[in-house]
Design a protein around this ligand. Structure first.
Ligand code: ATP
Ligand code: MG
Length: 456
């Protein structure tokens, strides 16, 4: 998809008709889509009812001034760029505007060419962001430089175009689903459907009709014919997640379907042909399951033609900094804020941690840390890894293995004890904890800390 200037929508809010018309005409001539409003109130209405990429606003206007207009816009739509133009420029206003996220500030009178080149700059920036966002792998990249991940990456490329069944194994949160998507997206089937079924999430009979479909009237409640996932996946990929949880009765039915490439809907007579590429995933040890006779050995051999094993994160600590960087970059982009920095000592501790929940746990952990971050830098205080509350015996085991939850618990206790020590004076409690009062209020609310908990 190519981007062009017509797609870039600019709203001009300016009460002086001659200046407004001049700006609109100049920008339209450049090829942009331009709308206009002649006071702040009308501007705000327009800004909220139609999509815009850039708003150019005057400050002094009847009804609603430009600063208020732009603060409201930025709060609601942080992705919209704003350029402020005014004759009454003071350093204060300019600083305030930039602090609140205005992209630029122009003082009147100015040559239209100056505005034009600023707009073109913003457009170019927008255009390259759009193009980056359109890359098919964006956000779904398999990150990591460990041998294991490098091998998996090259395996994905090798097997993407074949139709042999793939079985992805690995602990929870190691990226099995991500790999399944990557195989699909790298192959010739990328524009065909990717159909996922979680075999562990449904009862036996629901799973059966989910997979194979059912005819109208096949059972009570089957009011219309339903095409199953095997059928929907024809031409594309069928992803059977948690295949280790599939009941024995369905395993034989699936095996038949894989052997003959055809099957019947529940309650149906006719044979339906479907040609899909099968990718399965499990966090169970299927060889064990075969020994224990909870998984059919013939099905196991059929689905396990190309095995891909993803080792736990603790076995590839060199991937951790890359993953952290990737996750932070994604979140920063999503929240439209600058990339947080991270102290080296913190990074080392994160690398040393065992991450039982693997990459998912790491993602959740960073997500929460971003809530507590101050000055956009991850410090040891933020994590307090090896700090245990004083009343806890050093050799006592951690209460659970969820790191984020554990840290919240510690934070809550620290806040209550600081409030107690400072007789409920929040400013002093905040000082003692070395956090901003605003952060203290936020956390007190977040953790539901009530007065009776710290009143002495
Ligand atoms: N190597 C990686 N690079 C980037 N992101 C990853 C990587 N591995 C995992 N993730 C991310 O971690 C999260 C968990 O991954 P995913 O859902 O694929 O795990 P899973 O192995 O299917 O887990 P489960 O067994 O619990 O279903 C996802 O958000 C995924 O995008
Ligand atoms: Mg999964």
């Amino acid at each position: 998809m190519s981007m062009n200037r017509k797609q870039y929508r600019i709203l001009v809010v300016e009460d002086s008709a001659s200046l407004r018309d001049g700006i609109v005409a100049t920008l339209r001539k450049e090829g942009y889509t331009v709308g206009a409003a002649d006071d702040g109130q009308t501007g705000l209405k327009k800004a909220q009812s139609e999509p815009w990429n850039l708003i150019i606003t005057d400050i002094k206007m009847p009804r609603l001034d430009g600063i208020q207009l732009f603060k409201t816009i930025k709060a609601k739509f942080p992705e919209i760029d704003v350029i402020i133009i005014t004759a009454y420029a003071t350093v204060d206003i300019a600083v305030d505007a930039i602090k609140h996220g205005a992209e630029d500030f122009i003082t009147k009178p100015f040559p239209l060419a100056e505005l034009r080149s600023k707009v073109n700059e913003l457009y170019n920036r927008w255009q390259s962001q759009q193009q980056a966002a359109l890359k098919p792998t964006d956000g779904k990249q398999l990150i990591g430089n460990s041998r294991a991940i490098q091998q998996i990456r090259s395996l994905i490329q090798k097997v993407a175009d074949s139709t042999s069944p793939v079985l992805i194994t690995g602990d929870s949160g190691t990226g099995k689903e991500l790999i399944a998507h990557a195989i699909h997206d790298s192959g010739q089937r990328q524009n065909q459907p990717f159909i996922a079924v979680n075999c562990g999430a449904l009862t036996e009979s629901l799973l059966e009709s989910e997979l194979f479909g059912h005819e109208k009237g096949a059972f009570t409640g089957a009011v219309r014919t339903h095409t199953g996932k095997l059928e929907q996946a024809s031409g594309g990929t069928l992803f059977l997640d948690e295949i280790g949880d599939m009941p024995m009765s369905l395993q034989i039915k699936l095996l038949r379907a894989l052997q003959t490439k055809q099957f019947q809907r529940v309650g149906g007579e006719k044979y339906i042909h479907s040609d899909f590429r099968l990718i399965s995933a499990t966090n169970q040890n299927l060889e064990e399951s075969v020994k224990e006779q909870t998984f059919r050995s013939d099905l196991y051999y059929r689905i396990n033609v190309i095995p891909i094993h993803v080792p736990p994160l603790s076995k590839r600590p060199e991937d951790i900094p890359l993953l952290i960087d990737h996750i932070l970059r994604q979140r920063a982009k999503k929240l439209n804020r600058s990339m947080p920095r991270i102290q080296t000592s913190v990074l080392r501790k994160l690398q040393a941690y065992s991450w039982p929940g693997n990459v998912r746990e790491l993602e959740n952990f960073i997500e929460r840390a971003l809530v507590f971050i101050e000055d956009n830098i991850f410090t040891e205080e933020l994590f307090s890894f090896d700090k245990k509350p004083e009343n806890q015996a050093a050799d006592q085991p951690l209460p659970n293995r969820d790191m984020a939850e554990y840290i919240s618990k510690i934070e809550r206790e620290m806040i209550i004890s600081a409030l107690k020590e400072n007789h409920g004076v929040k400013q002093r409690a905040a000082d003692q904890l070395n956090i901003k009062p605003g952060t203290l209020y936020y956390k007190m609310e977040k953790y539901g800390i009530e007065e009776h908990e710290y009143e002495t």
